[in-house]
Ligand binder design. Structure first.
Ligand code: OOG
Ligand code: NI
Length: 465
């Protein structure tokens, strides 16, 4: 088999992401409504903001925005997580980041599988927020053992998917004839099942320990619980959701509305209550379960470690004052006030090294190659108009926001508290790999762009000489 015959992982991911979107649209009609709303809003924004359009185009984001999605799944065992890593690897997605959600009363820790290099991200940045249930946080030993036994019996991957994963690991890729089969088999793992694997009494006991435990343990597989499109204006989407018959969550998670968006803002609609046939001893028992919801996000600039500390500090100062609660307007006002301390202009964010930028030679800079010192500080090159600086988009997630999204979908007043006990090592052992450090990835992207600028300033000189 020749190397060239392999379909690129980017193409496989692109087809997989489309297949997931088609499946979800069919299963959850409100997802279709949301997609239309986001496409309308994005179209309007791009039409009137040509500067944004040019910036997105330079950053390679314009073409990807219409197909950009992230999904989320929740797994039950180490083996499921390790196999999931191998499945995503076929599509060029690797684990990035570690998120401990136990602090927020959610008994999971998580990572995001996503592509990492610029070309792959520009092609299709499809990401999956992947959580692993922490059974050790169930206090009742009997119940814990029961949950473990149930999970040990299930097989969430099809034989066909496993066979093709192994084939890729040996041969190095998939040929065209296998790609659609792989996508079809892989999608099966994420499908919704209207039948639970347990009876209603078991479901209730697990659900009483934590709704999320029941969601992971009682079903055949890790149903995808949302697929999130990216909007260029989340405030408009938030206002328009109710007009299109969708009830939005009270507050937008993340930073407040700003002229220079940072990190990630997210909102969602409540999970649907869906009919379930429980597996009673005497036959099916009719009940319901809520897991699947809709979410929308807006992405901004990736922050440096300093920028991120400032963000975390400001957010914590607002939440400590009384939580994100349901008091939407009061929370929004407090948040906006606190974030006055975060510069709301990309130039200042850059000068203060709070965010990451991608630098490139302008036409003027290219014309000056050889005449300007390549070693001039990058800020001076920007000031002189030789170099442009575009924000690098944040490709990851935020633990406090993720916890807020989880919580809004657990319904009612559910608020369990677990002591903060991140256990990155246990997560890495389960995953069978170490998640990449997201900040290091942004640092590297920025550094590469600066090197290319310096190369350009030197290179043309050399060739002209
Ligand atoms: C995942 C929630 C986290 C996000 O966008 O932060 C998430 C879940 O509910 O399983 O998707
Ligand atoms: Ni999400």
């Amino acid at each position: 088999m020749s190397q060239q015959a392999f379909v690129s992982p980017d193409e496989i991911r692109n087809r997989f992401s489309r297949a997931m979107s088609d499946m979800y649209r069919e299963e959850v009609p409100q997802y279709g409504t949301l997609m239309t709303l986001v496409a309308d809003v994005n179209g309007r924004i791009l039409e009137r903001d040509l500067e944004l359009q040019r910036r997105l185009s330079r950053a390679g984001e314009l073409d990807r925005i219409g197909l950009e999605r992230h999904g989320a799944i929740r797994l039950g065992t180490a083996e499921e997580l390790a196999t999931m890593r191998r499945l995503f690897a076929v599509m060029g997605m690797v684990a990035v980041g570690y998120y401990d959600l136990s602090v927020a009363g959610v008994p999971v820790h998580s990572t995001a599988f996503r592509p990492v290099d610029n070309v792959a991200l520009a092609r299709n940045p499809f990401r999956v927020f992947t959580s692993l249930l922490r059974l050790e946080l169930i206090e009742d030993a009997d119940l814990r053992a029961r949950a473990e036994a149930i999970l040990a019996r299930r097989r969430i991957f099809t034989d066909g998917a496993i066979r093709l994963i192994e084939q890729v690991e040996i041969a190095g890729g998939l040929v065209e004839a296998d790609v659609d089969v792989f996508v079809r088999e892989a999608v099966e793992t994420f499908r919704w099942h209207g039948e639970a694997t347990v009876d209603m009494a078991t479901y209730r006991r697990l659900s009483d320990a934590h709704r999320l435990i029941a969601d992971v343990v009682c079903f055949k597989g890790p149903h995808i619980n949302h697929l999130t499109p990216r909007t260029l204006d989340i405030d408009t989407v938030q206002v328009e959701m109710p007009r299109r018959g969708i009830t939005a969550k009270a507050v937008v998670e993340g930073p407040p509305s700003r002229r220079a968006p940072i990190l990630l803002r997210q909102t969602s609609f409540k999970a649907l209550e869906e009919p379930i046939a429980f597996n009673g001893e005497a036959g099916p028992e009719a009940g319901t379960h809520t897991a699947r919801f809709g979410e929308i996000e807006q992405r901004g600039i990736a922050l440096t470690r300093e920028g991120r500390s400032l963000y975390d500090e400001l957010l914590a100062s607002v939440r400590d004052e009384g939580g994100a609660g349901s008091a939407g307007e009061a929370y929004d006002a407090r948040l906006a006030k606190a974030f006055e301390a975060f510069p709301d202009c990309y130039d200042e964010i850059r000068r203060r090294r709070l965010g990451f930028f991608r630098y490139a030679l302008t036409d003027k800079g290219a014309g000056q190659a050889g005449a300007v010192r390549g070693a001039m500080p990058i800020d001076e090159l920007v000031n002189a108009g030789y170099v442009s600086a575009d924000p690098i988009v944040y490709e990851d997630f935020l633990p406090v926001s993720a916890a807020g999204i989880f919580q809004s979908n657990l319904g009612g007043a559910e608020q369990k508290s677990y002591a903060s006990n991140a256990n990155r090592q246990a997560f890495e052992e389960a995953l069978g790999a170490r998640p990449l450090d997201e900040v290091a990835l942004y640092e590297a992207a920025e550094r590469r762009s600066i090197e290319a600028v310096r190369e350009g300033l030197r290179g043309s000189h050399a060739s002209a000489a």
